[in-house]
Design a protein around this ligand. Structure first.
Ligand code: CA
Length: 229
């Protein structure tokens, strides 16, 4: 059974989420402030955190940063934002949130996203195709062990960056439009903009260092993994 930590100061929303997620078989803990969220993340050891962006004490992006700093195992985070918080939302994704929902959202939509993120993260069963080792010059991705190395050195990627890189490695030389990447990597097509793809590609390239140049930008279309000459 997956454990979900809800960090949310709106009591009604927190209770509604708690009720619905428990119905779905999740184990739930609730924190009403950012500080409580950080400490509950340590003690409750959730498989996923549902993190409100606007909290009374410290903001969601700061909570995400603090949680990331302390955790041993990477915990996936879904940011919960209100409309009009676009810049915070992008910042949240840059900080490594795996997905976000915009208030008001339906419980059904949220459940879909939770299951997507948990599946990507390997907490829930993966599709059979996600096994084995993929590689490009300098880069090796081990899907079973969820590890990436560049020139033999391990690189820590978020679940999303890992999936993004895996998608490229599976399709060398083929142009991937932003829309294709959104539907194949994020697994959903609503709410998230194509700009999100660019943000994550940028992060992924940075983490891969000079070897990241293997992901080429195809202007106005998308990206592709260049084939070795
Ligand atoms: Ca709030």
């Amino acid at each position: 059974m997956s454990r979900i930590l809800i960090v949310e100061d709106e009591q009604d929303l927190a209770s509604l989420l708690e009720y619905n997620l428990k119905q779905e078989g999740f184990e739930i803990d609730i924190a009403r402030t950012g500080a409580a969220g950080v400490s509950r993340a340590k003690s409750f050891k959730p498989d996923l955190i549902l993190l409100d962006l606007m909290l009374p004490d410290i903001g969601g992006t700061e909570v995400a940063r603090l949680v990331r700093e302390h955790e041993g195992k990477r915990i996936p985070i879904i940011m919960v934002t209100a409309r009009g918080e676009e810049s915070d939302r992008v910042r949240g994704l840059e900080l490594g949130a795996d997905d976000y929902v915009v208030k008001p959202f339906s419980v059904k939509e949220l459940l879909l996203r939770i299951r997507n993120v948990l599946r990507r993260d390997g907490t829930e069963p993966k599709p059979a195709s996600s096994t084995g080792t993929l590689s490009a010059p300098d880069i090796v991705l081990d899907a079973d062990r969820h590890e990436v190395t560049v020139k033999g050195k391990p690189v820590v990627l978020t679940a999303l960056e890992f999936r993004l890189l895996k998608t490229f490695l599976e399709r060398p030389g083929r142009v991937q439009t932003r829309e294709t990447l959104l539907s194949d990597v994020w697994g959903i097509d609503a709410e998230i903009t194509t700009r999100t793809v660019d943000t994550h590609i940028k992060r992924l390239r940075e983490k891969l260092g000079p070897s990241g140049d293997i992901i080429e930008t195809i202007r106005g279309v998308g990206y592709k993994l260049s084939r070795p000459e």
